[in-house]
Design a protein around this ligand. Structure first.
Ligand code: GLC
Length: 445
């Protein structure tokens, strides 16, 4: 909770944060930011609803319900639901979700998912409702939520290890995070992207990118990485986003630390919802959830004392550090000993403890770049996860300090997409919705 004497400034800050959510409000959903993010994104909307619940719980519910409208017949909730406007035809065309018979016919979406923060958002919204309203709310969302978690384990954990895999870094929400970028360059960089790199055509392509038209290139993913990500997506589209076909073709598949940590915590929230409704989760899903409780241990590296993602096919650890390594704190499923190791890493001045923590890549990594997207800047959503994680392991002082520095950073620099961890300066898009929403939440809870 912010200190009493800060209240005046906070009222002003609060005003400006709510203004961001209003500006980006498109009626039934909120876009992440005007200009470069014109559609609805899965985890963005969850974060947005977590902020909105403090002042307009009905609008918060609406944010979630509009996400559920995009759910696929197999249970997947897509990471993007496209704006139907004429300007965005090329975005819809790029994904062509109707290549899959599982996609809803009326709503154009992407063909992959994003971190499942949905159950958390539903429970946090529920906290703002009376007991009977909460039950109604849970009743409305329970079916889609069960089908979503069920899809995650059935489709993405075929060997029943308790860990799901992802097929695109966009699914982790951390587009150019180093372990994924490294793996793509190593095993899946198509010839045409290598050619563009060789003849330096990327400089030309940069000029027509939507994001680098509006923002400094140095703050965005490199054009080569961006093209590589598009090519990974095209391969998925050619397999109609069908997980079995993707695995048969041995396309990229990684058991990601952050995604699994988020899923594990959200499993618990789903169980809580089921309990409130007096329902039992389907047996198979319950078994997967139980297995998932201890599954992160498979990603632990005893030498480095850190969690690393793992290649699904050969089960080899991808030993490249990123912010993902700290998110097991949020899962709530790791031992106290592991949590204490992570807190040490978090407080290490040579790694994650910069002036405005927590950077998306530790400072001592060769991949650290203080201003490039998910390769160094500090993001409010990962701070929010870490704060929750610290709290549940009893590190209240560390949680309070991080809450304070996060709020201060946003207060000074404005609610931008991300921030330079060295001096707190803003980077990426201005008026970014989840930064505003989660700061509202950090101030209010
Ligand atoms: C970027 C982020 C992703 C987010 C999206 C919309 O792609 O990496 O996490 O969901 O923008 O804000």
């Amino acid at each position: 909770m912010a200190k009493k004497e800060d209240k005046n400034i906070d009222t002003e800050l609060m005003h400006s944060l709510h203004a961001v959510l209003s500006v980006n409000d498109h009626g039934s959903h909120t876009i992440p930011a005007e200009g470069i993010y014109p559609h609805q994104w899965l985890w963005d909307s969850c974060f947005i609803s977590i902020g909105l619940r403090h002042t307009d719980v009905e609008r918060a519910k609406q944010e979630i319900l509009s996400l559920l409208k995009g759910q696929w017949h197999n249970g997947m909730i897509p990471h993007m639901i496209f704006d139907s406007g004429i300007f965005y035809r090329s975005d819809r065309e790029l994904w062509r979700s109707n290549v899959s018979y599982n996609a809803p016919s009326e709503i154009p979406t992407s063909g992959i998912t994003q971190p499942p923060v949905l159950a958390e958002a539903i429970v946090l919204i529920g906290e703002k409702l009376s007991k009977s309203e909460r039950k109604q709310w849970y009743k409305k969302t329970y079916g889609p939520l069960v089908r979503y978690h069920n899809w995650l384990y059935t489709d993405r954990d075929p060997n029943n290890t308790g860990l799901v895999f992802n097929v695109h870094p966009w699914e982790t929400g951390m587009d150019d995070t180093p372990p994924w970028v490294f793996t793509i360059h190593k095993i899946q960089l198509p010839l045409w992207v290598s050619f563009i790199k060789l003849v330096h055509l990327d400089k030309l392509i940069e000029k027509v990118r939507r994001d680098t038209n509006k923002l400094p290139t140095t703050q965005r993913e490199s054009t080569i990485d961006g093209l590589a990500l598009v090519s990974v997506m095209q391969r998925l589209r050619r397999r109609q986003y069908n997980t079995k076909k993707i695995v048969r073709s041995k396309l990229l598949a990684i058991e990601d630390v952050a995604f699994n940590s988020i899923l594990i915590r959200n499993n618990k929230q789903l169980e809580r919802i089921a309990q409130t409704l007096g329902k039992e989760l389907p047996g198979k899903l319950s078994n997967s959830i139980e297995k998932a409780e201890s599954a992160l241990e498979q990603l632990w590296d005893d030498e480095e004392r850190l969690f690393y993602p793992r290649n699904f096919y050969n089960q080899k650890s991808i030993q490249i550090p990123s912010i993902g390594a700290l998110l097991p704190l949020y899962s709530g499923s790791i031992s106290k000993e592991r949590a204490s190791d992570l807190v040490k890493t978090l407080k290490d001045n040579g790694k994650f403890n910069l002036k405005y923590p927590v950077p998306s890549v530790p400072k001592n990594s060769p991949d650290f770049n203080k201003q490039r997207f998910w390769q160094g800047p500090t993001w409010v959503n990962t701070n929010w996860f870490i704060i929750k994680g610290l709290e549940q392991y009893g590190y209240q002082k560390e949680a309070d300090d991080l809450r304070k520095s996060t709020i201060e950073m946003v207060k000074n620099a404005g609610p931008s997409e991300y921030f330079l961890p060295t001096n707190g300066k803003p980077a990426g898009a201005n008026n970014f919705s989840w930064t505003a929403a989660l700061t509202i939440d950090l101030i209010n809870s």
